[in-house]
Design a protein around this ligand. Structure first.
Ligand SMILES: [Zn+2]
Length: 81
């Protein structure tokens, strides 16, 4: 219940023009697969507050994430689509 509530707060605070990437925790990192680079990117993770906006780790100059960065979110919170 609490995690669902904090997730909803996080989503409400987000800028809808910035993409969200979905990944998993491999302490002390958040890890997700980047479709533009074809590899996994890692960001430091120590608490749910780290599921926030981050600058892209992309090496592919064509990646749209470089301009916007992205929000980190857990795969288990990925909405059905
Ligand atoms: Zn990338």
């Amino acid at each position: 219940m609490t995690s669902t509530f904090s997730y909803q707060i996080r989503i409400l605070e987000r800028d809808p023009s910035i993409p969200t990437v979905y990944g998993r925790i491999e302490a002390p990192h958040f890890v997700f697969y980047c479709p533009f680079c074809g590899v996994e990117h890692k960001h430091g993770y120590s608490s749910p507050e780290d599921l926030c906006h981050r600058a892209a780790h992309c090496k592919n100059p064509e990646s749209p994430f470089i301009e916007t960065g992205y929000y980190l979110e857990l795969l288990r919170n990925r909405p059905f689509s």
